[in-house]
Design a protein around this ligand. Structure first.
Ligand SMILES: [Zn+2]
Length: 100
């Protein structure tokens, strides 16, 4: 297995795992067990890394690059004015959809 991504937090790691799995790429998260063990601490203190099989590395990196490019484009919610990452379809604050 090779490391392809260092996620900001558990939530991001899981959504990226979902993305890879939806493209038939098996993916393992490491670092997550550690955050679970500390229990009360916020999980985003710990880095979570994504690992894939060697033969999937190139495809996985391509998908992750697309994800990163997307998450850099922010959008403003028309309902509450909240700034949302491009990877979100719904406003994280009020659940209003991106397209209004
Ligand atoms: Zn909103």
């Amino acid at each position: 297995m090779e490391k392809v991504y260092q996620a900001m937090n558990t939530l991001e790691a899981h959504s990226l795992k979902g993305l890879l799995v939806s493209h038939q790429i098996d993916c393992v998260l490491k670092g997550e067990a550690l955050s679970a063990a500390v229990g009360e601490l916020p999980t985003d203190v710990q880095g979570v890394t994504l690992w894939v099989a060697r033969e999937d590395v190139t495809r996985a990196r391509g998908l992750l690059r697309e994800y990163e490019a997307q998450s850099r484009t922010h959008w403003e919610c028309r309902e509450c004015g909240e700034d949302n990452a491009g990877s979100f379809e719904l406003c994280w604050q009020c659940q209003h959809s991106r397209d209004g």
